[in-house]
Design a protein around this ligand. Structure first.
Ligand code: ACO
Length: 434
């Protein structure tokens, strides 16, 4: 792609003007429109930012047409096959795969930041037992800034490091505390001798009164590790852009991450994994699939096939392909091979949708959330916790993106403009005259 400027013509005045083109390593180049308003007096209009790059980034690359996803240049398939979540986290945060000693030091740091301040745990008692865990998690993550003042100088690289390790280490403990609170069970403290995913499972499923009754199944820990690798980052999606936008004001990073968690919760984004299982349960039986496909296609029906479609992928989401393969393996290993009606239903639904002209013409394929809930369910994780699991994995991506933004000399506070369609100036009327 050439770096030649892009020339545009103002059809009213006939004047031509140029926009600088900026080219990345791979993928489409961008037109720098930052001087457009100053020079031409117009804004651009791009609902949902479908054609707008909000930043330059060296972390994650997606080619939606080809179904490609890479972290720091490494294809997701290779990382899923050969790496671990901890190693991927280091890669996202620091840009390169770690040496053995770097990995050990990073792993040790994450293991030794897992505990929560005891006062912090008391927040959970303020929530009703039936509070949605995402509400609890986003709330208490925002509160972290009130506890860890020593890591909120965003210009200090040591502070940024401690923040990144701390949020990544504590988010499973926070998630587990939310889960235990919803059950009315005592919190289970982290065990630093366990790896990241095993520790999480232990905090979720062990019960202090029944010591030794729960042992982490290595298959479950391995499955979780893979899901976390696949969910760790996804460039400038809704929640990541939210973290960047909130962070661009210079707010403390815990508040920015909390904003991201809230954005992730929506059913059009990370909340889709919960919505998929609800949908599959509602469909209930393969003989009902066509009825639901017809509803998804009906413009007068708000129903959408959850877990289908993606803003960027107009081809298979590579993460969905990996998770589908993993479903076969995990369900078999967890001895649920013969009793997986939801998985069977999901496979059939996918097959029918992929042959349907509506889905073909609109390039709608299963996304990462279509199959992830089936694995979470097999691991014993309740539906309401699915999006929390997504948030745990994505926390490292948010931290990496926030760090990149803070260090970027080009960063400015995010402040979109608008097309005003309200009333033009008018005079105030006293209440008696209205
Ligand atoms: N079922 C039925 N029709 C769909 C679906 C779907 N799941 N997704 C998109 N469409 C249709 C739309 O109705 C629209 O049709 P039209 O052009 O005739 O109006 C067209 O496809 C384009 O859809 P948009 O909503 O304009 O696409 P957008 O890029 O804005 O939205 C989104 C993408 C939100 C993911 C959408 O596909 C969707 O709602 N999917 C279901 C929810 C979901 O699975 N979300 C998870 C996304 S992955 C993630 O965030 C982790």
């Amino acid at each position: 792609m050439s770096d030649k400027p892009y020339s545009l013509k103002n059809t009213e005045s006939g004047a031509e003007f140029e926009l600088q083109r900026r080219t990345g390593t791979v993928g489409p180049s961008v037109l720098d429109i930052s001087s457009l308003y100053g020079k031409q007096g117009v804004f651009t209009y791009d609902l949902g930012f479908g054609s707008t790059a909000g930043c330059s980034s060296a972390i994650t690359y997606i080619d939606g047409e080809q179904g490609v996803l890479m972290y720091r240049g490494y294809p997701i398939e290779q990382l899923a096959e050969q790496s671990t979540f901890i190693e991927v986290a280091f890669l996202l945060l620091y840009g390169e795969l770690p040496t053995e000693s770097e990995l050990n030091a990073f792993d040790e740091s994450i293991r030794t930041h897992t505990m929560l301040h005891e006062s912090f745990l008391r927040f959970f008692n303020g929530f009703h037992h039936d509070a949605h865990p995402m509400a609890m998690v986003s709330g208490v993550v925002a509160c972290m800034s009130a506890f860890y003042h020593d890591t909120t100088d965003i210009q200090d690289s040591a502070d940024r490091d401690v923040f990144s390790h701390r949020i990544m280490a504590k988010i499973p403990t926070i998630a587990a505390a939310a889960y235990k609170h919803s059950l009315g069970q005592p919190f289970v403290y982290p065990k630093n001798e366990l790896d990241y995913c095993s520790n999480l499972l232990n905090m979720f499923f062990s019960v202090p009164a029944q010591s030794g009754s729960y042992e982490v199944d290595p298959v479950s820990a391995e499955a979780l590790n893979l899901l976390f690798v696949l969910h760790a980052d996804h460039e400038q999606n809704c929640s990541t852009s939210t973290v960047r936008l909130a962070g661009s004001s210079g707010t403390n990073p815990y508040s920015a991450i909390s904003a991201g968690i809230s954005a992730l919760w929506g059913p059009a984004h990370g909340g889709a994994n919960e919505a998929v299982i609800n949908m599959l349960e509602e469909i209930g039986n393969a003989k009902n699939i066509n009825k639901y496909i017809a509803r998804a296609k009906d413009k007068n029906d708000s129903f959408r096939l959850m877990g289908f479609g993606h803003r960027v992928y107009k081809n298979h989401d590579p993460r969905a392909t990996i998770i589908r393969q993993m479903c076969h393996r995990v369900l078999e290993k967890l001895d649920q091979g013969e009793d997986t009606p939801l998985f069977e239903l999901a496979l059939e639904l996918e097959q029918i949708a992929l042959k349907d002209s509506y889905f073909i013409e609109k390039n709608l394929y299963p996304n990462v959330d279509f199959y992830s809930g089936i694995i979470y369910q097999a691991l014993g994780i309740p539906k309401a916790m699915f999006t929390v699991m997504f948030a745990i994995a994505r926390t490292v991506g948010w931290a990496a993106q926030w760090r990149e933004m803070v260090r970027d000399p080009e960063s400015r506070i995010g402040r979109p403009r608008q097309l005003y369609i309200g009333r033009a100036q008018r005079d105030y009327q006293p209440i008696a005259d209205r």
